[in-house]
Design a binder for this molecule. Sequence first.
Ligand code: NAD
Length: 438
Amino acid sequence: MRVAVIGTGYVGLVAGAGFASFGNDVTCVDIDADRVARLKNGEIPIYEPGLDSLVARNSREGRLHFTTDISKAVPGVDAVFIAVGTPQSETGAADLSYVLAAARDVGKSLTDWAVVATKSTVPVGTADKVRETLSAHAEVEFSVASNPEFLKEGDAVNDFMKPDRVILGVDDDRATRVLRSLYEPFVRTGDRIMVMDPRSAELTKYAANALLASRISFMNQIAMLAEKVGADVETVRLGVGTDARIGPKFLFAGPGFGGSCFPKDIRALIHTGAEHGVEMSIVRTTDDINEAQKKVLGDRVKSHFGGDLTGKTIAVWGLAFKPKTDDIREAPALVLIDDLLAAGATVRAYDPEAMPNVAAELGDKVGNGVELCEGPYEAAQGADALVLVTEWPQFRRPDFRRLRTDMNGQALFDGRNIWNVDEVRRLEFSFYGIGRGR
Ligand code: NAD
């Protein structure tokens, strides 16, 4: 089949390469000319494990193309996937301007029937808005579908190639046939393609993200209680997660969730609820707990040093919002760094993949309170305290003896509960975890 994908970010690029890998002819379109030029040169503009080889192979074999010119990508395709950003707007609602601009451009370029599927995370009712926009510009018939994406950054290729399920929100048979045919190779071990109406598909995505986010906030609240009552959230987590009705995933206490999805998606869901007179109280509390949780590490560091960090150097390990990505959108580490700077500290920070994005985000702060370091031990050199924010695998078993001699102080803050408490205490570090009341 012939496919166009609009947007070459974490979702669009993975989807484009994924569809191409099953023999489809895919053209990916982006308005960012620099991004497209890099992709044409074989460069991957984001860090996502396994994506470079997938893109390289499909480009080399002539099935994956990149362009800024949508009028070259859309004519003659069977399906168009819109995978552009839906950031949070000032009201908390999802900003649909990118999706509708893409729909307008697709409409102008359609020369034959195609199904136009929205892969971006969009509020209930967006399929109708996309249909209206397309109708205003297209001179041919088309179908509209909602095809929310569930991949997670850091494991996006795997998730896309072997999805738990594929959700197709469609209301006509022709669109269903095309989308089913495109997705069947991805789910050969069982029929995990679920066909439903577009509104249910749109709501499914928000419900899934809000439920996952609520598990994290729930455990973060349990963690705060564990500290007060002398329990260890890590053993509570295992005890709870082994119940088959609950399951072990997304129960990790930590510094709060970030990323380009959960924070904006739960706020968009709260907004949709308010528009329809439904107070999404569980979701609102999830957000409130998370905002408070993002302050916990900074507060702990300040309280360890008596409130004032003037003259103190704090090392921060892990800046991306999660391991195996370079994405720093809404990352808890950025909140921590701001809190530390405001309290007078100097910050020495390191992340294996996110340094260019952090440098761009922090701007003037780099060299002015924040030093971006070449490696984890360089960051820890001479530091009064070390805070682990993102649990990259290489931070799991560091050389604590080396840290004990390289650091100026001996305070360790483990924001992800990955270090062995007994081991670090034996080396006479002052140790703080999250929810470790024992
Ligand atoms: P992103 O910001 O990484 O990429 C979006 C891309 O779209 C950018 O390259 C931008 O230049 C391009 N773009 C914007 N307007 C365009 C237009 N009119 N025509 C062509 N290109 C255009 O975004 P992302 O993280 O890939 O997310 C895309 C959508 O998928 C969002 O709605 C997001 O909520 C959703 N989603 C994201 C993830 C994730 O893990 N990142 C997972 C599931 C769903």
